[in-house]
Design a protein around this ligand. Structure first.
Ligand SMILES: [Zn+2]
Length: 502
């Protein structure tokens, strides 16, 4: 009796990093200092109300009157391979926090799924296995992932519930976090016995939005219909993250049912077969930056958003690529009609800060972090504004309500084009970084930005049209251009002999 009246105690922890192993060569390994690190109650402070997995855990617990014991959460902008000691430190913080929080009824983990440390290829699998070893086989564990995770056997085995977000842009993180609490509580109360089946796909698609009109939207619909059958708790798919040289940076379908493994297998197999049949729809075909800019200049509406796919800091790139910015400058748009955010170049930011607002500086901007980033742009630049780089994502955006601190930033005017320069790499989610620098993006003909798809949520009401451009770069859609030393099996489209198998 007393047991059922006592509040349910759930530990919360996580490590969120999407690792582009190819970026390490140019931008170095990712150290511990690159991670925002939250300990204990600081986690609640930072994420209450946010559209983040942990924001969902907090809201779910509030609805059910469950008590959350916050351990550690570390997250960083995607980047190169994590230093081994950095991962070990964060893993230990979670394990220590869980140990201190015992006794517990369950565990909630916020993970990415595509984290790689220099000595651990599958950090999520390693972490969940360690958590499982600590708490024993009976403790319910739920993990909420980014859909760009590379699902492994180890990840699946250790957790009772594995829930990737379903939308890209990932605007459903909070919803999935809430759902994970609901399901975990059903397990704790004995009314749910989840079993999962995972079906991996031997393919390397580029990363594509789930917005209507793109093939992942159709995959979601297939999964949704399968998920409506009685007994199915969840049918989802990981898109995979192809910018990692690991054994299987590939998509996977995961189905969870209430105790019916055969049903889970049937659903996962059916969705996987559908994706495999439609694999040709995952071949990219984007214009080069100059062609995309020409299309935008010729359009009679605006604003046109042009996104630079190949240097997407959200995919772990250095963010200092100059391919799109150069194409814009060479197209010579009318002064004040074109804005760009953001190029990562701390040296130029410091130069602007030193010169001060209202002065003109000679810059060598970007193109310093490796051979794929393009040549630096050498030009005179007027320093229009300098800011602290702090802003909060607006309603409707990916990571709505999440606070960003990109360090000192500046707005330069180069040949009449407004260019935002940042002190670190970050993709653009919405118009806030422009607004921070006094730019009303809605008034511009062309809004150019770095990103693959997340910006689609924040710009959906602003953009008259979106043009994606691709070039060489560490997140190019040309997935086949990356060297692969660790692939464990034949994969499409590298190898036409790849087979889905039984
Ligand atoms: Zn993602």
């Amino acid at each position: 009796m007393t047991k059922t009246l006592a509040p349910i105690r759930l530990a919360v922890g996580g490590i969120i990093h999407e690792t582009n192993t190819y970026a390490a060569e140019f931008a170095g390994m990712t150290p511990l200092s690159a991670f925002e690190r939250y300990y204990g109650e600081d986690i609640a402070q930072a994420f209450t109300g946010s559209n983040h997995q942990v924001g969902g855990f907090i809201e779910g617990a509030r609805r059910h009157g469950a008590t959350l014991l916050h351990t550690f959460l570390g997250q960083a902008t995607p980047s190169g391979t994590i230093e081994g000691a950095a991962y070990a430190d964060m893993k230990q913080a979670i394990l220590d926090g869980i140990r201190q929080a015992l006794p517990l009824d369950g565990i909630l983990l916020a993970l990415h799924g595509a984290g790689v440390a220099d000595d651990v290829e599958d950090i999520e699998g390693d972490l969940v296995a360690a958590v499982r070893a600590l708490v024993g086989p009976a403790m319910p564990i739920a993990a909420v992932y980014d859909l760009h995770g590379n699902m492994t056997e180890q990840m699946q085995q250790a957790c009772d519930l594995t829930l990737p977000c379903k939308l890209y842009p990932h605007t459903d993180f909070q919803e999935r976090g809430i759902e994970s609490v609901d399901l975990l509580l059903r397990m704790i109360r004995g009314s749910l016995k989840p079993v999962t089946y995972v079906r991996r796909l031997p393919m390397l698609p580029y990363i594509v939005t789930t917005n209507t009109g793109f093939v992942p939207a159709d995959v979601n619909e297939v999964c949704r219909k399968l998920g409506q059958q009685g007994g199915v708790i969840d049918c989802s798919w990981f898109h995979g993250f192809p910018y990692a040289d690991i054994a299987a940076p590939c998509p996977a379908v995961i189905c969870t049912t209430d105790g019916d493994l055969a049903l889970a297998k049937r659903c996962a197999d059916e969705a996987a077969a559908w994706i495999w049949r439609h694999r040709e729809d995952f071949r990219p075909g984007f214009p080069a930056p100059a062609a995309g800019v020409a299309q935008a200049m010729a359009a009679d509406t605006g604003p046109i958003v042009i996104n630079e796919y190949a240097d997407n800091p959200g995919g772990g790139t250095p963010g200092d690529g100059t391919h799109l910015l150069r194409a814009l400058l060479e197209a010579r748009p009318a002064s004040g009609t074109c804005c760009f955010a953001s190029i990562n170049d701390i040296a130029v930011v410091r130069q602007a800060v030193h010169a001060g607002v209202g002065n003109t500086i000679r810059v060598s901007l970007g193109g310093k972090m490796g051979r794929f980033q393009g040549e630096p742009i050498v030009a005179d630049a007027y320093v229009k504004a300098i800011t602290d780089g702090r802003f909060t994502n607006r309603a409707g955006s990916m990571f709505e309500g999440v606070h960003f601190d990109l360090g000192a930033m500046c707005r330069l005017v180069i040949q009449g084009v407004d260019v935002i320069v940042a002190s670190r790499a970050e993709q653009i989610y919405d118009a806030e970084p422009f607004l921070l620098h006094g730019i009303d993006a809605a008034r511009y003909k062309i809004i150019a930005l770095k990103g693959a798809n997340h910006f689609r949520a924040g710009f959906r009401t602003l953009a008259a049209k979106i043009i994606t451009v691709d070039s060489e770069g560490l997140s190019t859609a040309a997935i086949t251009s990356f060297p692969r030393e660790r692939l464990a099996a034949k994969v499409w489209p590298l190898d036409d002999g790849a087979i889905l198998g039984e």
